[in-house]
Ligand binder design. Sequence first.
Ligand code: FAD
Length: 355
Amino acid sequence: MASAKIRVIIIGAGIVGASLAFHFARRGATVHLVEENVQAGSGVTARAFGWVNIINIAPGAVNYRLVQEALADYSRLRADLPDAFVAARPGSLFWLKDTAETEAFAAAHLAAGTDVELVDAAAIAAWEPNLLQPPACAIFSPGDLALDPARLARDLIDAAGVTVTLGRQVESLILSGDRVSGVRLADGAIEADLVILAGGTAVDRLTESLGFRTGVEASPSIILRYGCAEPVVNRILCGPGLEIRQSADNILHVAKGYIDDAAANAPERVGQRILKVMHERLRLPEGVSLVEAAAGYRPFFSDGMPRLGFLPGIEGAYVAVGHPGVILAPLLGRLAAEHVMEDRRSPLIPSAGLI
Ligand SMILES: Cc1cc2nc3c(=O)[nH]c(=O)nc-3n(C[C@H](O)[C@H](O)[C@H](O)COP(=O)(O)OP(=O)(O)OC[C@H]3O[C@@H](n4cnc5c(N)ncnc54)[C@H](O)[C@@H]3O)c2cc1C
């Protein structure tokens, strides 16, 4: 399908769909993005913590190499679209429960070719004066970025200059023989040469009609946001029990693992408990309060890898989905566009039944 004039429909305007739109449009495709919510970037992308990082991934993890490549894609994207990154903050500090563990983790990252540096308590205290008990050492990861993923999704769509239909669900795919030739909405149809399914956790709702399941799971995690009147932290800080960043509007963002459905572990209750932890660990101004507490469902595969490729046995349908979607989005967009439009399939992502 190596034609610059190809008509592409992308289902889902999360960070992944937005990146696909950007990369396909850049290569000359005619792109139509369809999103059931009224705003782009309002699926789980709106609940992401927004940490583009490698430091939180264990060297040796199945997706480590992929994430290294993804960070390089972010650097290129940043050079390409500087305005989309004006509010992004570079660099994070990461530490484990003791110094030996942190040092070993840093050594493993360095051995894997990742640019990290060990910093001592004095440096940490100078960089983060509101951290009350700085660890003896931490890993500084200069290539990491903190950003607003929903805003980046919208900026990518604007930069792509594609047709966007918001507030309309794709109800089904149109089949013409053994080929997908478009999508059906409640009030009409759109034709295309290729339909890309980038609907996150909902992707199998549509692939199933073609007899294929990606096996995507919905993996919950909690996002907490706190109103704050002043700057408190400069970088992303990630240590045992607390993963926190602050955006330019001074909102403090915290990500927490989901425990269970018990009332005591509801996002709001977790948010109040974490506020106490924040007071123990950080010098906070008066009046910091929880303004958002919600669970988000991440599109996750049990093998830890994303899915990217044509559906088997049928022409004209492509899937792009996976975790960590914010980190991987620019890479997935580029690889999909290269695959479809330049007939180059990356060996970085296993086929997992796709073509
Ligand atoms: C608390 C939390 C913290 C996280 N932190 C990070 C992080 O720091 N870094 C990171 O990389 N990832 C993080 N993630 C994961 C990240 O949010 C997801 O991996 C990523 O946003 C997935 O993007 P997506 O575009 O695939 O999905 P979505 O954002 O869900 O986009 C899919 C879109 O498709 C639309 N859609 C689905 N079906 C249809 C249809 N039939 N018709 C029309 N539209 C449809 C949906 O409405 C949705 O908007 C975090 C997640 C959570 C919950």
